[in-house]
Design a protein around this ligand. Structure first.
Ligand SMILES: *[C@@H]1O[C@H](CO)[C@@H](O)[C@H](O)[C@H]1NC(C)=O
Ligand SMILES: *[C@@H]1O[C@H](CO)[C@@H](O)[C@H](O)[C@H]1NC(C)=O
Ligand SMILES: *[C@@H]1O[C@H](CO)[C@@H](O)[C@H](O)[C@H]1NC(C)=O
Length: 486
């Protein structure tokens, strides 16, 4: 049954693909990450996607609640396999079968989730991982591909590996692009696999990070408004970092003999807070500039008239519980804030002129925790440190939207973040008598004191995940016994 309805789907896709192939148009999608302490209900997020006519979504996991909410939505989905799972999936075909059954097959079919891609790892070749995932990628891919074949899904669901742009380098000119020497062999195998299976090469490109990491990086080159310092590469002129980076990849792929393989941008965006250069205006200008640039269908000098196949914005929502190791901006990539409210007008060119806010968001009551007016605040440092070690205080730092609200404002902000994280539990606003609850919104200017949302994700899913792991362990033990007996 499943097989019947799916092969129908494949034919349909093939026929429509050849129809649209004449007018190459990129699809705009979004990344939906869920590392947040105030999570919206998945169904609220799916409604948000639909309201905004977003047809493609990229996930970092295969969260059951998220996939259930996407069922029947018609939205095309890329599910992700976290790097930590590559080890088991590369070494055990039955773990791979089990993963595909549980996390893909289970949701497909009529009225199901339209899973089109599986991202095997997330930036597994990142330099900072020191190669720990490098040799797991191809074996994991080969196992999962076999599992897809067994599940009759191999023609429909494609495997991809989102790579960070640090997988390739150049002496400064795009045409000089090459993959990092230690990756040459694995990239050759990977790209051969992708090419054989009709999968695109997925790359994440971040002009913001180029600017953030390098004081000498010309700021206007990060955007799409033109520059007084274009990069001249032989006959080709580059006026923005995105095109330059993209063509560096095209050149690197060309050197492996695959200069024509389709490219998908897995992540691209601009944060709105948490660093100098990360603000609402810059985020709007970058994202709108990118969308308009892609929509011209001009492509790049090395791939004229062939823009990337799809572009997934990073990100849909802010994720306030992400690690701040890369920088405080890491929690502020959303085009929507954590509660699904648009940060700025943005035309995705999908049919609406502006972003539409999430509806029916269930907030906690309108109350905040602040520092008492008269309290002796000399000993408050430890409370603040504790509050900010678990709650999000990233906007308080230099370059953040709450950096200039004064010492007392700082303390109130930290208290409130903690209080909301604790779902407004009254004990969490005590701070040895230094905190008090207020019904007056303490927000100042651009500095927003948040009120949490009530949905924290259902407990049933973590129970289910635990169960799945037990089944997996049993399977592995069985496999072990089997191997021993052979
Ligand atoms: C399915 O994916 C989820 C989220 O990535 C993971 O926690 C779970 O272990 C996976 N299931 C199996 C059977 O591997
Ligand atoms: C916002 O960021 C841009 C660059 O990313 C910078 O030029 C501009 O000065 C910033 N605006 C403010 C108000 O900080
Ligand atoms: C508020 O806290 C931030 C972050 O710790 C700090 O940079 C800023 O100077 C503080 N402001 C005052 C007035 O203490």
């Amino acid at each position: 049954m499943l097989r019947g309805s799916l092969s129908g789907g494949v034919l349909y896709v093939v026929c429509c693909w050849s129809m649209v192939a004449m007018v190459v148009e990129s699809g705009i999608g979004v990344n939906w990450g869920t590392i947040s302490s105030h999570r919206l209900k998945p169904s609220t997020v799916v409604d948000l996607l639909r309201e905004n006519k977003i047809q493609k979504v990229k996930l970092f996991e295969a969260d059951p609640d998220v996939l259930k909410a996407l069922m029947g939505s018609g939205i095309q989905v890329m599910v992700g396999i976290p790097n930590e799972m590559l080890s088991i999936l590369s070494s055990s075909p039955s773990a791979s079968d089990f993963w595909v059954r549980r996390n893909v097959s289970a949701y497909m079919g009529k009225g199901g989730a339209d899973i089109r891609y599986i991202a095997v790892g997330n930036e597994p070749f990142l330099t900072s991982y020191n190669g720990q995932f490098q040799n797991l990628v191809m074996p994991a891919i080969l196992n999962i591909q076999q599992s897809l074949v067994k599940a009759n899904l191999a023609g429909y669901v494609k495997l991809v590996v989102p790579c960070n742009a640090d997988a390739y380098e150049s002496s400064g000119l795009p045409s000089q692009g090459v993959f990092r020497p230690e990756l040459t062999q694995i990239m050759t195998q990977l790209v051969q696999f992708l090419n054989t299976n009709g999968s695109p090469f997925v790359v994440n490109i971040y002009p913001f990070l180029s600017l953030y990491d390098n004081k000498d990086f010309p700021q206007e080159y990060a955007f799409f408004e033109g520059t007084t310092h274009p990069v001249q590469d032989g006959p080709n002129v580059y006026t923005n970092a995105f095109d330059g980076n993209y063509d560096t990849l095209v050149a690197a792929l060309g050197k492996l003999g695959f200069g024509q393989i389709p490219i998908v941008i897995g992540e691209i965006g601009w944060p709105s807070d948490g660093a100098i250069g990360a603000n609402i205006t810059a985020a709007k200008v970058f994202n709108q500039g990118l969308i308009n640039h892609i929509a011209t269908n001009k492509g790049t000098p090395l791939r004229p008239n062939a823009p990337p196949m799809d572009v997934y914005l990073f990100s849909l929502l802010d994720e306030g519980a992400k690690s701040t190791l890369p920088g405080n901006f890491e929690r502020h990539w959303g085009i929507f804030s954590f509660d699904g409210q648009a940060k700025y007008p943005l035309n995705l060119l999908l049919g609406n002129k502006e972003l539409k806010n999430a509806r029916n968001v269930q907030y906690l009551p309108s109350r905040w925790c602040v520092a008492t007016p008269s309290g002796d605040l000399t000993d408050v440092v430890n409370h603040m440190r504790l509050a900010c070690s678990v709650a999000d205080c990233t906007t308080l730092n230099y370059g953040g939207s709450c950096n200039e609200i004064g010492e007392k404002g700082n303390i109130s902000y930290a208290f409130n973040s903690y209080y909301q994280l604790q779902m407004q539990d009254s004990r969490s606003c005590d701070f040895d008598g230094l905190g008090m609850v207020t019904f007056l919104d303490p927000s100042v200017g651009d500095c927003r004191f948040l009120v949490g949302v009530t949905d924290k994700g259902s407990d049933s899913s973590s129970f289910q995940t635990t169960c799945q792991w037990w089944i997996l362990v049993v399977l592995l033990l069985l496999e072990g016994t089997f191997l021993l007996s052979v």
